[in-house]
Design a binder for this molecule. Structure first.
Ligand SMILES: Cc1ncc(COP(=O)(O)O)c(C=O)c1O
Length: 401
């Protein structure tokens, strides 16, 4: 499998500024093709979705293409792809719609490994419905969230399990299939936060078995918006608040107001960009191309991760947090004598972008004993190269006091 990192880098105008970007888990850089697609849609004739004028037809095609693109990326049904402002907003909306069906004494499971966007909406919606929240804890030493941690808090009253596909703090990739099987056994639905997982692997929602899978294209080269994928029949059983004249069709029922057509065109360009990362194979479907690309990306990122992990841990005064057996290329570390914010600021003077904080995985950061201050996070992306790693290692070595 060939992966040409320099070819990938050339697609990102932002890299010409010269910074080494380890801030991908907060939002990736954007390839030229994606920006061009956004601009082209903004300047083309466009109207509300419809079938009469060219402008109406264009808006309709943009939406349908974006649904098909995300379905190819995630291995789902395009009729169950919902677009929203962000994963956070979509999760709030789904939690409120689901909570209409919960009764006093029902239960919801959240995990301490999750980003707050897959905790707080559930906690608050459960509170409104009189449902009880149960917490699944992860292992502080390893950073793992074993299936048993979730299984042990399931009861016949569990209505929903909210779990991350990958921790944006530690990179931990829980055994989603095992967790989904246990939750389904208990009769609960599963809402997977795929925001940090989707940029780093081939996602197949059908294999995972998740009832809901949420992600954010701006974490994988796309524009700033959120995506939710679910079985259209399941979506049809939910009734979010909506305007009277707005359609009750699925998935539009969940998309309050007018969709950002230009960003949706960017989503399609993003998925096409991903499909094009690996060499194209004649007659391969886009889904097959995506799988080939993400396999190549994973190999590239895993190699750089092993290198970074072993060399960072050999710098005296650096403490790495967590050592999950399956992880995304995301490392969390503390530097002796320097607060995370200071390390972030120092590295920035060297042109190395690696922020410090809890990154909204507040429960996880507190559970690790890192409080609200957190630690420094280095996230790799397909455009990361060995030179970036050298610069990060040099910077961190200088930051130790
Ligand atoms: C793991 C994870 N989940 C959820 C979110 C929230 O995503 P959004 O900004 O689309 O609401 C983030 C954002 O950083 C994240 O990293």
């Amino acid at each position: 499998m060939s992966f040409d990192v320099e070819r990938v880098r050339r697609a990102f105008p932002a890299l010409e500024e010269g910074a080494a970007h380890f801030d991908g888990p907060g939002g990736s850089q954007v390839p030229r093709q994606v920006a061009d697609a956004v601009a082209a849609t903004l300047t083309a004739g466009i109207a509300n979705r419809g079938s009469v004028t060219t402008a109406e037809q264009r808006a309709d095609a943009v939406v349908l293409d974006a649904r098909a693109s995300m379905a190819d990326l995630l291995g789902t049904d395009p009729r169950g792809v919902v677009f929203g402002r962000s994963m956070t907003q979509l999760t709030y909306d789904v939690s409120r719609a689901l909570a209409k069906q919960w009764a006093n004494g029902d239960e919801v499971v959240v995990t301490r490994l999750d980003h707050d966007a897959n905790i707080r909406p559930w906690v608050q919606s459960a509170e409104c419905a009189g449902a009880l929240v149960r917490w699944a804890d992860f292992d502080r030493e390893t950073g793992e969230l074993p299936v048993e941690a979730v299984n042990s808090v399931l009861t016949p009253r569990t209505r929903l399990v909210a779990v991350t596909g990958a921790s944006n703090l530690l990179g931990t990739r829980p055994d989603l299939e095992g967790i989904v099987a246990a939750a389904h056994q208990a009769g609960a639905l599963v809402y997977v936060d795929g925001v940090h997982l989707t940029p780093h692997t081939t996602v197949d929602v059908a294999t995972i078995g998740a009832d809901f899978y949420a992600c954010s294209p701006y974490k994988f080269f796309g524009p700033h918006l959120g995506v939710l994928a679910a079985d259209p029949q399941l979506l049809d059983s939910l009734h979010p608040d909506k305007l009277l004249p707005a359609t009750n069709a699925v998935p539009e029922r969940f998309e309050a107001g007018t969709l950002p057509y230009e960003l949706l065109a960017g989503v399609t360009a993003t998925v096409n960009f991903i499909a094009d990362v690996a060499e194209s194979t004649p007659d391969a479907s886009r889904r097959e191309q995506i799988t080939a690309s993400m396999t190549a990306v994973e190999e590239h990122e895993d190699r750089l991760l092993s290198r970074l992990e072993s060399e960072l841990s050999s710098i005296g005064g650096v403490t790495l947090h967590g050592r999950p057996s399956r992880r995304t290329p995301t490392l969390l570390f503390s530097v002796r004598g320097a607060a995370p914010k200071q390390v972030h600021e120092f590295l920035a003077t060297k042109g190395v972008n690696a922020p410090g904080g809890s990154f909204y995985a507040l429960e996880a950061s507190r559970w690790l004993g890192l409080g609200d201050e957190g630690a420094v996070r280095a996230g790799l992306a397909p455009y990361t190269n060995d030179d970036d790693i050298d610069r990060l290692l040099e910077g961190v070595a200088l930051a130790v006091r």
